[in-house]
Every structure is written in C-alpha cells, then in structure tokens.
Design a protein around this ligand. Structure first.
Ligand code: JFZ
Length: 461
C-alpha cells in the first residue's frame, strides 16, 4: 500500500515537474509581464533582523555568528517608527511602480505571519506585527505592485542539509537524512502563505541556488525543487511572475530574467559571465544605492542622484527594469540619503517619465553621447554625456532601415524633435537614414536637467 502511494506521488510530482518544463504562461501571466516591463522602475527593500547590527544582510555568514545567538535579535526587533504607508508614499513619489521586499533572507527570519516557522515578525518578536501585511495594504491603497524576495538559502535551519558553500560557521548541528525533503516542504508551505495571505503578488524573486553551484546548471532545478515551486506559484496566482537570481540562463517556468548589479549584457559585477540576454523574457537589473543591500551603518558610498538616474536610463535603454535597493534602519525608517535620492529621481521622472515608462530598448545602440529608448512613433535620445556632443551642438544619428531585408532601404520619416523637458523645438534635417539635430543652448548648458537631457524625435506614423 505504502509503495503504491509513493509511486503515485512520484508520478504526480513528475507530471507537475513536466508541466513547468513545457511551461506555457497563462494569459494573466503574459499580461503581467507586459505590465512589469512597462513599470520599468521598482524599489528593492532588504530588511530583517540584520538591520540591527547594521553591517548588511550577510553579517551572520561574514562574522560567523552563532545561529541561536543571532536569533535573539528577534527579541529586540521593535521598529517603533515603521510606517508602511510612509514607505510606500515616498517610493511612489520617487517614481517607482513596484516594491520587492525580502520576505525571508538567508538568515531565515520571516517578515510575515507564518505557520511554517515561529521565527517570524508576528510570532517571534515583541513587535508582533505582520510587516508584509501592512505593506500589502499600503501598496493596495497607493496603487503600487508588491513583489516578494524569497531566499533558497538558510543559515539557521538544521534541515538545510546537506549544506552548500555558505553557512558553515553558524554553529548549527549537522542535519539528518530526509531533512532536505523537509526543508523543501517548509519552503513550499511558506510560498503558499505568501501567495494566499497578501492579495495579488506581482512576482516571487528567488535567490540562493548559487549556494550549491558546485553542481552543474542542469542539476539545479532538481536539487532545489524549482519546477515544483514554480508550478505551485503559477497554480495559486497565474499572474505572479517568477524570477530567480541564479546568474544562469533562465529555466522553464521563469517569467523574468534577473541581472545583479549589471546592466544586461555588460557583466560589470562579474556574476554573470556569458549570461545571454533573453529576448523572450522581461529583464530586470537590481542595484544598490550605496554598496550594501541590508542597512549598513558605515557605508557612506552613496551614488549621486544623477548617477542613479543615469543608471535607470541605461537599464531602460537595454529594455530592462531597474530594481533599486534601500536598506531601512532598525527603527523602521528609510535612511535620509535614500529618501533624498528617491525625491530627486521622482522629480526627474515627473518631467521625463514618458521616455522611461512603457518604453523599449532604443533602435540605436549606445553612442558616446548617450543611449536611446523608444515608444510608438517616438525615439528618445538621452544625452548622458554632453562632452561627447560635437562642437556647435550638431548631433548626427543613423536610423536603421524599416525593413532591412528589402532591396531598396526605407527609413522612418522624421516629423520633428523637441526637448522633452520643456518642449523647446530642436531643428532637424534628414537624408535617408541620417538625421541631423541642432541642439538648442538649453540642452547643452546642462540646465534642463543635469542628469540626462532627453530629446524626443518624432516619426510619421
Ligand atoms: C544575493 C544575496 O546574497 C544578497 O544578499 C542580496 O540579496 C542580493 C540581491 O542577492 O547576492 C549575491 C548572491 C550570490 C553571489 C553574490 C551576490 N555569489 O554567488 O557570488
């Protein structure tokens, strides 16, 4: 009898796995992908017990903290100034259209009510409030989409066994055979909670399979039970997007492709050598404002607001979203440095958002003077580097042919150009595919605005 049950279970599991391997996204999912890509800008939140020591979210691993001693940080988790609505309002005013928050990071602490483990904000802390629940409500009210980061790695659970390459110095006893299955069941129980307790979830953002990257890429879905998890998510919420920060080529069942600290295709962080850029899936690049994800007391290395705006523009020019990180303080507030940058980005987007939201990668590749995005009949030229604009402000751009396969090349017909910020007309002429623009003084003086001056080049429909 028992054998039969096992056989049937295995068969069903294989079927479910098969379902994701031949994954066909539901219509809701395809619509959500389009919405996601149109959103272009989201804010990442790394928050948990690690905000208290203030040395980033890897502190447990980096300082080899004892897992039980670390867990006592839950006793002092009391972010007295936490105000979900204040977060969401500041983020919305910053021009972001979604929030991705760490529901549970590698330290294993959950920011949400979880029957699967008492080590969570509601049951395990004096604060006793459901952070994700309050955030979900505020997001609903403000019309911001909510995504959940979820770690595959755990540095505190004994059933995370066998171990990967991290979490060896936290003093945990070794696990027993069968623990890995238990750990997988735990993750599925938590994913079920995340997808049933908080209304519509925009995406689940997985992270951590790299912990066992001594195993080949093909082995990863089996090791982690990815297809099972993806199928579960899509069954509970077909419109929920699945992403995984594994730095590998996407697996079936994933709806977005993630790049870490990397404008797609540039591999600047060195995490993704040869990670090709999917032409099928929406893309997302995550990046820090300083050099830390979780709150870091001593990290003053904030990028300037202008640099962050330019980073957003550069990711958009590759057809990718920017997921820009903030690490809230232990008292629940967002650092002033982060708020100031949000405000500046919001101001810039209020004027220039048309060239970011709902756009695609521009048809003209990166140039010394900047990058392009496009939407409908408009090509947006982003002047990121005024020094590279030739003297006299004469800018020449080469348009690609409408139908490159045709025998006689045809080019889009330019209708006119103007500064996006204030509508100042930009004189332009066209000869076949070559468009010559004479930039007005306002564009070159860097006054409108300094981070990136956008020229809207309109074509005839
Ligand atoms: C991962 C997390 O570990 C990190 O804490 C943060 O959440 C970030 C967004 O995602 O970053 C990683 C993961 C793996 C490697 C480097 C950064 N790695 O394998 O080198």
């Amino acid at each position: 009898m028992k054998r039969w049950i096992l056989t049937i279970t295995l068969l069903l599991a294989a079927l479910v796995a098969g379902a994701q391997e031949g994954y066909v996204p539901a219509p809701e999912n395809l619509a959500a992908r389009e919405q996601f890509a149109a959103d272009r800008f989201g804010i990442f939140i790394h928050w948990g017990l690690y905000a208290q020591p203030g040395q980033g979210e890897w502190v447990m691993q980096q300082k080899n903290l004892d897992y039980q001693e670390y867990a006592r940080l839950a006793n002092s988790f009391y972010p007295s100034k936490f105000d979900a609505r204040a977060w969401v309002r500041a983020i919305k005013a910053g021009g972001a259209r979604y929030i991705t928050i760490t529901s549970r990071h590698h330290d294993g602490f959950s920011l949400f009510r979880s029957a699967a483990s008492p080590y969570n904000a509601v049951d395990g802390t004096p604060f006793g409030r459901d952070i994700l629940g309050e955030l979900a409500e505020a997001c609903r009210e403000e019309g911001i989409r909510l995504h959940f980061y979820y770690s595959h790695v755990d540095w505190g659970r004994t059933d995370y066994w066998p171990r990967g390459r991290t979490g060896h110095g936290t003093g945990r006893p070794d696990g027993k055979p069968g623990d890995w299955a238990r750990y997988q069941a735990f993750m599925k129980a938590q994913l079920t909670e995340l997808l049933t307790q908080y209304g519509p979830v925009g995406a689940i953002w997985f992270d951590g399979t790299w912990d066992k990257d001594d195993q080949p890429r093909e082995a990863q879905p089996g090791i982690w039970g990815l297809y099972d998890q993806y199928a579960l998510i899509h069954r509970l919420q077909p419109g929920c997007l699945v992403g995984n920060n594994h730095h590998l080529q996407p697996f079936p069942g994933e709806d977005i492709q993630i790049f870490e600290k990397d404008v797609p295709g540039e591999n600047e962080a060195g995490f993704s050598p040869g990670q090709y850029v999917s032409r099928r899936l929406p893309l997302e690049t995550c990046q820090t404002m300083n050099n830390s994800w979780g709150y870091n007391l001593t990290d003053r290395s904030y990028k300037s607001a202008d640099d962050l705006i330019r980073y957003l523009v550069r990711t958009a020019s590759k057809g990718a979203n920017l997921l820009l990180n903030i690490g809230p303080r232990p008292d629940g507030t967002l650092p002033e440095e982060a708020l100031a940058r949000l405000e500046a980005m919001g101001k810039w987007l209020e004027i220039n958002g048309e060239s970011i939201y709902g756009t695609q990668a521009g048809c003209i590749p990166e140039q010394p003077w900047g990058v392009t995005t496009q939407k409908g009949n408009v090509l947006y030229l982003h002047l990121l580097n005024l020094d590279a604009v030739p003297a006299g402000g004469i800018l020449t751009v080469e348009l690609p042919a409408v139908d490159p396969a045709a025998r006689r090349a045809r080019f889009p017909k330019v209708r006119g150009a103007a500064l996006l910020a204030d509508g100042t007309p930009v004189a332009c002429g066209q000869k076949k595919g070559t468009v010559t623009l004479t930039l007005p003084a306002a564009a070159l003086s860097a006054a409108v605005p300094s981070a990136d001056c956008v020229i809207a080049l309109r074509f005839q429909p």
